[in-house]
Design a protein around this ligand. Sequence first.
Ligand code: HEM
Length: 150
Amino acid sequence: MTVPFFTLLYPWTKAFHVISLIAWLAGMLYLPRLYVYHCETAPGSAESERFKVMERRLLRQIINPAMIATWLFGIVLVLTPGIIDWSWGWWHVKLLCVLLLSGFHGALSRWRRDFLHDRNRRPQRFYRAMNEVPTVLMVIIVIMVIVRPF
Ligand code: HEM
């Protein structure tokens, strides 16, 4: 009997899924913090320009590729025979949170463009509050996949 290819890869796929989601989350936890500090700088100042470089590099070099890798490895896990049962409630909650996380990623990108063009009008407390969003979603996702409460 031959073992399906994705089944053979399963432990590796899961390892790389976890590695990439750590990088994705690390970036998304840090970027709103940079926006909090960026709010304190005057548009056009040397400090503000430095934040723009840091924000661009963090988003382009870490957060974007890590999100793509998390999705790709996650999709391969979904396609692995016997791994996901669509009747599990926790799986649907995880999927919803992952979609919200991806939407938050899109919002971070838009806010970066506002800072880039010196047109951010949101107050510092907005970014302080937004800083909590990826944390809350990450806590829910990890509890869903590890505890599987329902
Ligand atoms: C981007 C879309 C994602 C998809 C399609 C996806 C899908 C999956 C699948 C199918 C598994 C295998 C479950 C099993 O082995 O029984 C898995 C494992 C896991 N996922 Fe995701 N996932 C995604 C994103 C995330 C994110 C954003 C997080 C964390 C914030 C996460 C955390 C985990 C963890 C910790 C495991 C390992 C659970 C275990 O030990 O069995 N996933 N994922």
